[in-house]
Structure formats: structure tokens, C-alpha cells
Design a binder for this molecule. Sequence first.
Ligand code: SF4
Length: 62
Amino acid sequence: MAITKVWIEEDCIACGGCEGICPEVFTVSDKSTVNEGVDLSAYESEIEEAAENCPVSVIKYE
Ligand code: SF4
């Protein structure tokens, strides 16, 4: 499955984990945001890993 969209739902606790796993896609300040203009298909395994490891399960993708 190709990932074409990544988003962060409410209640991110800004732990920094997603940026640690994939800084090319995620930037965390007061909360996590998805970087614009990224070729998501190049980071699919990292996006899946970040979503699996998010402590509050707010990273979504499709
Ligand atoms: S891993 Fe989850 S809780 Fe942590 S900064 Fe990323 S989105 Fe937020």
C-alpha cells in the first residue's frame, strides 16, 4: 500500500518520538506536524514505525 497522506490527530504530547524516527517527515515543536512537500512514498517504513511507536497513537496515514 502506497502512503499518500499522513496526518496527526489531536492530543499529541510532543514526545519527539516521530521526529526521532523520521525527521524527514515529522517536525515536533509544541506538537508534531507533517512536513510539507515530502515524498511520502520514500519513507513508508519509517512512517509506519513512527505510527506504531507513538505513545498516544495519533499518527494516521493512508
Ligand atoms: S510520537 Fe506521537 S505523541 Fe510523540 S511527538 Fe510524535 S505524534 Fe506526538
